[in-house]
Design a protein around this ligand. Structure first.
Ligand SMILES: Cc1ncc(COP(=O)(O)O)c(C=O)c1O
Length: 645
């Protein structure tokens, strides 16, 4: 039997799902993306398209954010077990007590799950603000887990932390600024509490990656070495050096290179040893966040990837600290990391549907349309260029292809400028532009077979793509894509037994030129467009894409651009072989987003009703039409902010 032209393995290879999917996501034999979830003691693969279908039947609209608690729990396991085995293998004397930084995904479900499931590891929380501390204190009641308080602290923040300590929780107040010390000491004296203090240190080691500014000499956060010594002296004077228990640093998020991590840990371990030698009690080293994940599926040290895995991360940290402390004869500290992204990124997937496409397709047969004998010279040049190219197609060298491309661009630009001077009419310009696109399409088809090295023709891929209009807002659901050019894996969640036949840039439904995705990880590289299937919307089919690894930072950083609000959300798990939907949260309604920007929906209704009534009085509409118009206005206010179907 003839082998099929395209298989699900080809799709897996194309979209890199087995690289970035980390065994959580894969493709089923029927060509759908599946997520592997826990079902009792077994694992069950569930198709994302079937999850969406079930919700669609229940009336839930796309876009939809699906959360998988199992993936969150598995990430907690991976990190904690990674440290447990590195500690065992390295005969390390300290323990690992990770904390989850609330800012990375503050949703109540995440915090509840981390405190509940993480209890077996005494997994704690990091709070960087008062609201985060209040969230932490409401959920984290494990006396063996840490609550690390970073960020700027006022009296209320400090008091809350000290009360929690009085009640038996392990709360660590971290000095981010030298000026915080006085206030903390004053509050401690007033409340009669001896605090557990940490100090955030500004390492000199810098790392690569987008957030490298969070570490290094020039970092905005933490104390430099002389400020650190001042704190030590001050605490010694007050007889409180025993309160200084922890050294903290944060190198930045998504550190792509393990060497940079090792370098920073080594420096931090030296500072730690120095503090012990100064007489501080110490006992805890907090390495902050930075554990990277692979968003692009490529195994290099790029900002969307990393050159190490969790196991290597844990082993290298243990080894580096052991080396430094052994040399100095200082006991191994207990370890904290504040990994956020690596814990929650996999947990959420955004599902969107394609609403429309704008195809890149030159007019069929345009090169055969004869020109008038008095056609402008530039139009004739384009026509002859097209004819000549096809005639000598077999002899086309790379240089000749570049030449044809250059000539086409030159003639097209010149034709446009002659149009502006009134020398070329509208129809002639249109004909010229169609010939231009036809030539470019031909060049694109030919260049595959001939080598070219980073010349201008590479731009063809960006200009000769379709626009797929997706039902989502980059600004609401993928703010890091817009703000810092972050890559997220994007791929169809079905039809993966079919070869994708089109190349597309993905536009959202905001009217903003930045509201698009035009950088994709696929085919083992980063590309300006994404191979997709013909969505066949005109035949009534739905074409759905998944945008993966959006669990970290995206939900609360998102904004209301164009007043597109929060999407619908659902949590999914499997029980006795059946998919269970829980925590179905309706996305923002139109009236909700309007009220966020200070409108009063009741007042809006009154204003609109007055307008409709004056239209009735002036006989522009009938009273019955007024009723219909008002019903439609009210339905609009109640409705979802995204495209409803
Ligand atoms: C102090 C601190 N700790 C932890 C994190 C979390 O980092 P990541 O998400 O890279 O693990 C951050 C975020 O940048 C941070 O500022």
């Amino acid at each position: 039997m003839k082998a099929p032209a395209w298989s699900t393995d080809d799709s897996a290879e194309l979209y890199g799902i087995r690289e970035w999917g980390h065994d959580y996501f894969d493709i089923s034999r029927s060509g759908e993306v599946v997520v592997n979830l826990k079902d009792g003691t077994k694992t069950k693969s569930v198709s994302l398209a079937s999850i969406v279908k079930g919700l669609r039947e229940r009336g839930t609209q796309l876009p939809l954010l699906i959360r998988f608690g199992d993936l969150l729990r598995w990430r907690i396991d991976e990190l904690n077990e990674g440290f447990a085995s590195a500690i065992k293998e390295g005969k390390y004397q300290g323990v690992y007590r990770g904390v989850y930084p609330i800012k990375v995904n503050q949703q109540q479900e995440v915090i509840e799950e981390i405190t509940r499931y993480g209890r077996k590891y005494h997994y704690g929380l990091e709070a960087g603000s008062k609201p985060e501390l209040i969230a932490a204190l409401s959920y984290m009641h494990d006396p063996e887990a840490y609550i690390v308080c970073n960020g700027y602290k006022d009296e209320e923040f400090i008091d809350l932390a000290l009360y929690a300590q009085k009640m038996g929780l392990q709360v660590i107040l971290v000095l981010e600024m030298p000026s915080e010390l006085e206030l903390i000491l004053e509050r401690c004296e007033k409340m009669g509490v001896r605090p557990t203090l940490g100090v955030r240190f500004r390492l000199s080691a810098e790392s690569a990656g987008h957030w490298s500014g969070s570490g290094g000499d020039a970092s905005m956060f933490g104390l430099n070495i002389s400020q650190l010594m001042h704190v030590v002296d001050h605490l010694r004077e007050k007889g409180m050096l025993d309160c200084l228990r922890m050294l903290h640093y944060h190198q930045g998020s998504q550190i792509p290179n393990i060497r940079a991590i090792r370098q920073a840990v080594t420096e931090a371990a030296r500072v730690y040893v120095g503090l012990v030698q100064e007489g501080a009690r110490m006992g805890i080293l907090d390495l902050g966040g930075g554990l990277a994940i692979s968003y692009d599926g490529l195994k290099g040290a790029s900002s969307a990837s990393s050159n190490y895995g969790t196991k290597e991360y844990c082993a290298d940290i243990i080894e580096a600290i052991t080396e430094v402390t052994a040399e100095a004869g200082v006991p191994h500290p207990d370890l904290i990391t504040e990994s956020g992204r690596a814990i929650v990124a996999y947990y959420s997937v955004l599902i969107i549907n394609i609403l429309d496409i704008n195809r890149f397709e030159p007019r069929e047969g345009i090169s055969d349309v004869e020109l008038d004998k008095d056609a402008p010279a530039l139009l004739r040049n384009l026509y002859e260029l097209r004819l000549d190219a096809t005639k000598n197609a077999t002899k086309t060298s790379r240089d000749r292809l570049q030449e044809i491309y250059n000539d086409a661009v030159y003639y097209r630009d010149k034709l446009r400028s002659e149009f502006n001077y009134g020398k070329v009419n509208l129809r002639e310009r249109a004909h010229g532009e169609e010939l231009y696109w036809d030539i470019l399409t031909w060049v694109d088809g030919m260049r595959e077979g001939c080598e070219h090295d980073g010349n201008q023709m590479d731009r063809l891929e960006t200009i000769m793509t379709d626009f797929y209009y997706g039902n989502f807002s980059v600004f609401q659901s993928l703010p890091d894509l817009w703000a810092i050019d972050q890559i997220f894996p994007v791929m169809p969640i079905h039809r993966l037994k079919e070869k994708p036949t089109r190349n597309a840039v993905l536009s959202d439904i905001t009217c903003d030129s930045d509201g698009k995705i035009d950088k994709f990880a696929h085919s083992h590289g980063i590309n300006p467009s994404l191979p997709l299937h013909d969505p066949q919307i005109e035949k009534g089919h739905e074409y759905m894409l998944g945008i993966f690894l959006v669990g970290a930072y995206q939900e609360t950083l998102g904004d209301l651009h164009n007043l597109l609000g929060d999407t619908n959300v659902v949590s999914v798990r499997v029980e006795n072989g059946k998919v269970k939907y829980s925590r179905e949260l309706e996305g923002d309604s139109v009236s909700e987003v309007l009220s966020y920007v200070e409108y009063d929906p009741k007042d809006m209704l009154t204003r609109f009703r007055n307008l409709a009534e004056s239209a009735v009085i002036s006989k522009r509409i009938t009273a019955t039409e007024r009723r219909e118009i008002m019903e439609s206005f009210e339905a609009g206010l109640r409705g979802y902010t995204y495209f409803e179907s």
